[in-house]
Ligand binder design. Structure first.
Ligand code: GLN
Length: 489
């Protein structure tokens, strides 16, 4: 058995049948990380010792007859999710050396389910970005072409899963940071409904938009992780106290009669022809599987980008005020208190500073109504678009990103161009919907393309089933991308 090529759910079955052990799977991942991650740079921290201890414990528990949903399964965490016993940097120098004293809610859930934590994956600083180039540490590379970005901000998690350096991974999606890298790296990634997964212990970027999601090689792998991390947590006041369905049991492989809406605003000028063609073929495939395809309109789509950047930056400017050197991470040695804070905050990278300034400006007394207040009103219109459409369709199908993975360095000096990578993902975050990206082919350069499936509030099971049914009908080449070994500068 080639343990590397197993999906998360296949590994789980192999463990249940006693065909392999968690220690063997964990060691295989750790060896592969050593062999390939010099090229990919997907991990910031590898928690080798912790992982092998957890794997040994998982094997002992299984030998004692126990079974839990992820017992012995090695998983990676975006380095914005607190794991006690390892550093959490959020990709920033301002949190260098910060060791959180507690686990995030989602980490406790994973550990209760028996998962093994392999390490912390790279992210754009404070999850602000679409390529991981805003990480203060390294730029992760795309396993399909190491000259290209993996997408972002959860690019480390997406690249790790795509390259077989983890069986699953968690990320966060504030404006597209799970779906867009999933699309660029050819894996599945879900952004659940706001409130479905607790944000406790997750470094805050924009609190009304942030949500934790999972990556996997298949919809079933994503579902298995979501079943574990979803659920109520009284420590997050926005956490929903609503029962969690069994997402894996929802994968029936039957979508007959489902009404799938295709928004005309998502097929506009600027979308790469190969992306449009692949997404249209995928939509035809869904029709062949018995879904009814209807054209729909989300008329306020064009305002998604400016509204998102005003609201996300405003919230970020408030959330990031806490990094002043007195509580977390390094503290500069200034002449006095103000100078200390000023020098410490100079550790923020350029994109974070840009957002803090934009956000503080949008919230300032003279401009509050004109920018932030107006953005909130337009957010309501965008929400209404989705609510109205979901009165007549069950799922929306669209491209995840207008383009496939771009080259390292290509967009970094052009923030607007970088922001455009999320043009199709961020309207959802402004609404109360959920969404995922599932691979739907390669472009002529051999780079993955993602089909985005959007569901109404708490309809994660439905979109996962559409993705799963599509995967069954159009099985992908199971081979992992060939990542060259060797150091990347
Ligand atoms: N790329 C978007 C941004 O930079 C989304 C990031 C995210 O979802 N965390 O804000």
């Amino acid at each position: 058995m080639d343990i590397i090529s197993l999906t998360l759910t296949e590994l789980r079955e192999a463990l249940r049948r006693g065909e392999t052990t968690s220690v063997a799977a964990t060691q295989a991942m750790l060896d592969r990380i050593v062999a390939l991650d010099n090229s990919l740079l997907s991990y910031l921290t590898i928690t080798e010792e912790m992982a092998l201890e957890q794997a040994t414990a998982a094997d002992q528990r299984r030998a004692a007859g126990e079974d839990t949903p992820l017992l012995g399964v090695p998983i990676a965490l975006k380095d914005i999710i607190c794991l006690s016993g390892a550093p959490t940097t959020a990709g920033s120098k301002i949190l260098e050396g910060f060791n959180p004293p507690y686990n995030a809610f989602v980490v406790d859930r994973l550990l209760e389910a028996g998962a093994v934590i392999l390490g912390k994956t790279n992210t754009d600083e404070f999850a602000m970005g679409s390529s991981t180039e805003n990480s203060a540490y390294v730029t992760t590379r795309n396993p399909w072409d190491i000259e290209r970005v993996p997408g972002g901000s959860s690019g480390g998690s997406a690249a790790a899963v795509a390259a077989g350096l983890a069986y699953g991974a968690l990320g966060t999606d504030t404006g597209g940071s799970v779906r867009q890298p999933a699309s660029f790296c050819g894996v599945v990634g879900i952004r659940p409904t706001y409130g479905r997964v607790s944000r406790w212990g997750v470094v805050a970027f924009a609190s009304s938009l942030d949500q934790v999601g999972s990556f996997g090689r298949t919809a079933a792998d994503v579902a298995a992780q979501l079943s574990v991390i979803a659920g109520h947590d009284p420590r997050d006041s926005t956490s929903l106290n609503i029962p969690v369905p069994d997402y894996e049991a929802a994968l029936t492989g039957d979508i007959r009669g489902l009404r799938i809406g295709v928004p005309r605003e998502y097929f506009v000028e600027g979308i790469e022809p190969d992306v449009e063609a692949a997404v249209r073929v995928a939509i035809d495939d869904l029709a062949a599987l018995g879904a009814e395809i209807v054209e729909i309109s989300l008329p306020h789509t064009q305002y998604g980008l400016p509204v998102y950047y005003l609201i996300a930056s405003a919230e970020a400017s408030a959330n990031l005020a806490r990094y002043d050197g007195t509580r977390f991470g390094p503290r500069a040695k200034g002449a006095d208190m103000i100078d200390t804070v000023r020098q410490t905050r100079a550790l923020f990278g350029p994109e974070v500073k840009r957002r803090i300034m934009l956000g503080a400006y949008a919230l300032s007394a003279g401009y509050y109504d004109e920018y932030y207040g107006r953005a909130l009103k337009v957010r309501t219109l965008i929400k209404e678009d989705f609510r109205r459409v979901f009165e007549s369709v069950d799922v929306i199908a669209a491209p995840t990103s207008p383009a496939t993975a771009f080259r390292v360095g290509e967009r970094i000096d052009d923030p607007l161009n970088m922001y455009l990578a999320d043009i199709f993902t961020l309207p959802l975050n402004l609404s109360a919907s959920c969404g995922l990206s599932v691979p739907c082919g390669l472009d002529r350069q051999g780079l993955p393309i993602g089909l985005q499936l959007i569901g109404d509030t708490l309809q994660e099971a439905r979109i996962l089933n559409v993705a799963h049914t599509y995967e069954q009908a159009r099985p992908r080449d199971r081979r992992l991308p060939a990542v060259p070994a060797g150091a990347t500068g």
